[in-house]
Structure formats: structure tokens, C-alpha cells
Design a protein around this ligand. Sequence first.
Ligand SMILES: [Zn+2]
Length: 85
Amino acid sequence: MPKKRKQIDVMYQDGTRGKAIATGNNAAWVCNCGNEQLLLGRADPDNATNTPAWVECPACHRRFSVSSGGAGQQDAMEVSEITTA
Ligand SMILES: [Zn+2]
């Protein structure tokens, strides 16, 4: 079954929002610090490929996590910046 792409929100700690593209449990977005590198995250950490549950922007070191819809729902629903302080 082909996975559908959908647009989800990126929630920053300062209250601003961005957009991410989600495909199944994967999400891709660009940090709002201006770094052009695409950040990739997953709603469910993949132990087989050792994919971490959070992603750090290499430029500003903000960390993000991708959340899923909850039990039985693995699709990426939202990306949120994690407080690192
Ligand atoms: Zn950044």
C-alpha cells in the first residue's frame, strides 16, 4: 500500500510553527534557524536501524521529536522542539 504524504506542524518552543512533510511514520522538515539541511525524524524509534527518537539541528542545536497519533497509530502527527535546558 503506497504511503501518503501529508503536511504536519512543527511546534517551536518560542510559539512559532513550521511545516513538515510526513510520510507514514517519517517526517522531514527544515529548522527555522535558516539552516537549509533537511531534518529527518521518525515517530517510532527504529531499533533495527538505530534511528534516534529525536533529531538535532546541526546549525542551532535545537532538538526535535516526532510524535505519533498514539497507540496503534504509528503515523507521524506532529514535530515538536524539545526543551534542552
Ligand atoms: Zn536550526
